[in-house]
Write a protein that binds this ligand. Structure first.
Ligand code: MN
Length: 705
């Protein structure tokens, strides 16, 4: 027989909420209890005891009603049949979003023990959470799980303890939840190293006992001195945490007694002037150690932590660390959301983003303290914690940080320049996506490369990182130069043959003179200039021949062949999208290289008449192997599933669809514009025949712009 479930109404933790909110909380509790009915925790308790404990922890931080409802429901979508929509319908979208946010965090697991990776993982969690309340629920959830970790199997216990130590405790530290931070550390340490924990905890207790007299004497002396000076103060001896003692021993190579012989006192007074009075009084009591006095009241720490620190030489010559602060400073330092943001952070460098987040967290704290308008609180809470970065996984579990809006191409270049240069496709979370897909925090990204692949100029339109952009540009520039020189050579050969000459006839001396006279630096540069349309091939050919044989006659020309694999030096015009089999002409434009059109393309009629020099005869190389883009216009009857039928017919004819645009012409018919990939005219004809067989298709034609 399971133990009786605890009741929300029995808890006094929720007293600060309005009665209306408590009533909603009761509803959420009953909903969750019903959903988890029959489930138990490892300890044998009814499952509902866990979400209730989590909500109670959050109530201890005085969080709003929505957060507490979400806490009660946080495991419902994962462990029961309840869906996000049901929660949204019953408790509203904000609560459902919080529950969903927590479930998303639960799904990603921390793998690597590397320090940089741990830092990135923490940032990823914060970036994914968006709403800081999600992180707070997750932290409370983790705290309760850690408190009850004894009931879990040892291997799992160690994994959870390690994750808590490396990920969740530092996040708590960052958010200034100091008490939580220390509790998570102590609990993790006790499960990771049970023996060491037991020994140190015992030693700590014993040491406290041994020094009880000294501690008592010091505290008494301090209290008396303050009372004599008529200063109202709370005097506390500061406990050393087992884990921080352990860490100090390891990091500074100290023995237990060396760490533990330093004794801490905290003095809490009502206002700032009293802080200085108290400090003065204590300096009169015990001798201060020179150079140890620090005034963080006059100059607060970066995280707005305030206190006066001083080290004194106490009775028996034992050093005593003293902190003096006001009550308000104390609250901030112990459990303020903002207080320890970045305090003791390894890097000490505040990025603008962190400063901004810090300011925001601080304002959040102020709003909470005034317990003012809850709507204002919510508005502030809805700010991205790291609005400018996304964190994604490589297939091996490494975490990369990229700017927001980064695509799979940026990811590929971030992994390695070669991967970027050769990427052809990408998978995100196991599914094929377009290269331009924007990445989101938590995505697992895999890049597919091909050895022959090259960067595409189109990528420049959507990449976000400087690394991707500069690498693509560099590659294209080098490529373009080589391609242009190649094309230039063929254009020049054609021009030479038109003059009954050939490249083979041209001697080195002639080349040298033509290169020099033309102001080029090399033969390659001259050829590239021809390929880019900066020089006319006929003019260069004539000059070359003039040097070798001044009496040559002009003859009829032959044409340049186009393979379609020339790269950027040869472009296929997008107005008419020529494919092998079409009659074609080429235009040479300055800086553009050769642009190939269908010879009856309406867009070029005027130019062919007015600027005949620009146009040259070109023809298809019979050996083309790549696929070419062709545009077709299809008018179909407006019926369910018609697009799928058309698309599958195109696919069955062995063609790929590159893009689809549809325009609603009339209610009865739709006009669809496809760009498809075909090998040549025969292939296109096959595709069109296949489409005509569809009863849906009313009109079909090759399209031109
Ligand atoms: Mn949970």
């Amino acid at each position: 027989m399971a133990a009786a479930a605890p009741q929300l109404s029995e808890s006094e933790r929720f007293g600060y909420l309005k009665p209306k909110d408590v009533a909603r909380l009761e509803e959420a509790y009953r909903f969750s209890e019903a959903a988890h009915a029959g489930q138990t925790r490892q300890s044998g308790e009814p499952y509902i005891s866990h979400p209730l404990a989590v909500a109670e922890i959050l109530a201890g931080w005085h969080l709003d009603g929505q957060t507490l409802m979400a806490a009660l429901l946080h495991d419902v979508t994962e462990d029961t049949a309840v869906t996000k929509d049901e929660i949204s319908d019953t408790f509203g979208k904000p609560v459902a979003d919080l529950v969903d946010g927590v479930s998303k965090l639960d799904k990603i697991e921390f793998q690597s023990a590397e320090q940089v990776q741990a830092e990135n993982f923490r940032k990823m969690l914060l970036a994914m959470a968006r709403d800081v309340r999600v992180i707070l629920i997750k932290l409370a959830d983790r705290l309760h799980n850690m408190r009850t970790l004894g009931a879990v199997a040892p291997a799992k216990r160690r994994r959870i303890a390690r994750e808590t130590m490396e990920i969740y405790a530092p996040i708590a530290n960052r958010l200034g939840l100091n008490t939580l931070y220390h509790e998570l550390q102590e609990l993790s340490f006790s499960h990771l190293f049970p023996m060491r924990y037991r020994v140190l905890a015992k030693a700590t207790k014993a040491a406290r006992g041994n020094r009880r007299e000294m501690i008592g004497k010091t505290l008494d002396a301090v209290k008396k001195k303050l009372a004599d000076s008529r200063i109202d103060a709370v005097v506390q001896g500061r406990e050393k945490h087992v884990y921080s003692t352990y860490r100090k021993m390891i990091e500074k190579h100290l023995t237990f007694s060396e760490v533990h012989d330093i004794f801490g006192i905290r003095v809490i007074v009502k206002d700032v002037p009293t802080c200085y009075l108290a400090m003065g009084a204590l300096h009169g009591l015990f001798k201060p150690i020179p150079g140890k006095f620090k005034d963080y009241i006059a100059i607060p720490k970066g995280n707005s932590y305030q206190s006066i620190h001083t080290d004194l030489i106490g009775p028996y010559g034992v050093p005593v660390e003293v902190q003096v602060r006001t009550e308000q400073m104390h609250r901030l330092a112990e459990s303020g959301v903002a207080s320890h943001w970045l305090y003791k952070d390894e890097t000490d460098q505040l990025s603008d983003l962190q400063k901004q987040t810090h300011r925001w967290l601080q304002s959040l704290l102020e709003i909470q303290n005034q317990s003012g308008d809850p709507r204002e609180f919510l508005e502030h809470v809805k700010v991205d914690l790291f609005p400018d970065e996304v964190y994604v996984f490589t297939p091996k579990g490494r975490i990369l940080s990229l700017p927001r809006g980064a695509t799979t191409v940026d990811f590929a270049y971030a992994v390695h320049t070669d991967i970027g240069n050769r990427c052809v496709a990408a998978k995100v979370n196991g599914e094929l996506v377009p290269l331009r897909q924007e990445l989101r925090s938590g995505d697992r990204v895999e890049v597919i490369t091909a050895s022959h692949a090259k960067p595409n100029p189109g990528w420049l339109q959507y990449v976000r990182t400087g690394k991707a952009r500069s690498n693509i540009r560099h590659f294209l520039k080098t490529m373009q130069y080589e391609e242009s020189a190649n094309l230039g050579e063929r254009l020049l050969d054609q021009a030479l043959r038109a003059l009954k000459g050939s490249l083979a006839d041209v001697d080195d001396a002639s080349w040298e003179r033509v290169v020099r006279d033309g102001g080029a630096r090399s033969k390659d540069e001259l050829l590239a200039d021809i390929g880019l349309g900066k020089r006319l091939p006929a003019v260069v050919a004539r000059r070359l021949l003039k040097h070798t044989d001044p009496h040559r006659e002009e003859a009829l020309g032959t044409s340049v062949t186009i393979r379609g694999t020339e790269g950027m030096a040869v472009q296929l015009a997008t107005c008419c999208r020529p494919i092998p089999g079409d009659a074609i002409v080429g235009s040479i434009k300055k800086g553009q290289g050769l642009v190939v059109h269908q010879s009856d393309c309406p867009a070029i009629i005027r130019s062919r008449k007015n600027e005949p020099d620009q146009w040259i005869d070109v023809e298809w190389d019979p050996r083309t192997t790549r696929l070419f883009q062709a545009a077709i216009q299809v008018m179909v009857e407006n019926q369910r599933g018609v697009l799928a039928r058309v698309a599958s017919q195109i696919a069955e004819a062995g063609s790929n669809i590159d893009s689809i645009a549809t325009a609603e012409d009339r209610a009865l018919f739709t006009s669809m514009h496809f760009v498809i990939e075909v090998a040549n005219r025969q292939h296109l004809a096959r595709v069109m025949r296949a489409l005509r067989r569809l009863p849906d298709v009313k009109k079909l034609a090759r399209a031109r712009e």
